[in-house]
Ligand binder design. Structure first.
Ligand SMILES: O=C[C@H](O)[C@H](O)[C@H](O)COP(=O)(O)O
Length: 232
């Protein structure tokens, strides 16, 4: 297990540990992606080592699959288990209506698929992820078929976004599903996430957006002195 060194990391660990306690014997679960999801996987791995038996975990990325395997968490998929008891994942931004921006790590498509397969989606985060309005801290990622990236980028720019095709280490970034990501910054923030999501989805070549609306049921915010859970 990693040793947290700052309050934000301690918060992620507290949130991950609290969420691991929601996982019960015999469940089929979904595992998110990112640094906070890793803290969940570590805490769940500890419980599995101590005898907790889960039927399986559906990972939301190749990275999560590999990390969960290190902790001997049994991996499954949505063909074997199309309905999950719970999905637990981090987020980049969380607004007061529990709407999210996700995808800073590029896992948005699989995350949304796995989240949608779950009866309950619980978000784990440190306090920095709470915002009054989406879109001010993180760009909105839009996953796009590579063939369509330039026309989609132009269409997104016409919606008022500052657009950038995501790169990693100076190279185009490809998702686990071999698509590209366009990061969209809206200088005024996102005033109507539902309408924006529908508009972006109507552009041919768009696979998914990082807007998660009406999906999260509960938020666990970890802080050095404990966790805040809402709604209770
Ligand atoms: O694609 C990445 C995911 O949406 C992550 O869940 C999100 O970026 C939060 O990651 P972290 O817990 O590292 O802040």
């Amino acid at each position: 297990m990693t040793s947290p060194i700052n309050p934000q990391d301690i918060g992620k660990q507290k949130a991950g540990a609290a969420a691991a306690e929601l996982i019960k014997e015999g469940m089929v679960i979904g595992l998110g992606t990112g640094s906070t999801a890793k803290r969940l996987i570590e805490a769940l791995g500890e419980r599995v080592k101590n005898g907790l038996h889960i039927v399986g975990a559906v990972p939301s990325s190749d990275e999560t699959a590999a990390y969960a395997a290190q902790y001997n968490i049994p991996i499954t998929n949505l063909d074997e288990h199309p309905e999950l008891d719970i999905y637990i994942d981090g987020a980049d931004e969380i607004d007061p209506q529990l709407r999210l921006i996700k995808g800073a790590g590029g896992a948005l498509l699989r995350e949304k698929i796995v989240a949608t397969a779950a009866k309950r989606f619980v978000v784990i985060a440190d306090p920095s992820k709470k915002v009054e309005q989406l879109g001010h801290k993180y760009p909105l990622p839009v996953e796009v078929v590579p063939l369509a990236v330039t026309p989609v980028k132009n269409r997104l720019a016409r919606l008022g976004a500052q657009v950038a095709i995501r790169e990693r280490n100076g190279q185009k970034f490809y998702t686990d599903s071999h698509n590209l990501v366009i990061d969209c910054t809206f200088p005024e923030g996102i005033t109507d996430p539902t309408a924006l999501d529908a508009t972006i989805h109507s552009i041919p070549g768009v696979i998914e957006t990082g807007l998660f609306i009406n999906l999260a049921k509960q938020i666990i915010i970890g802080k050095p002195d404990g966790v805040e859970i809402y709604p209770q």
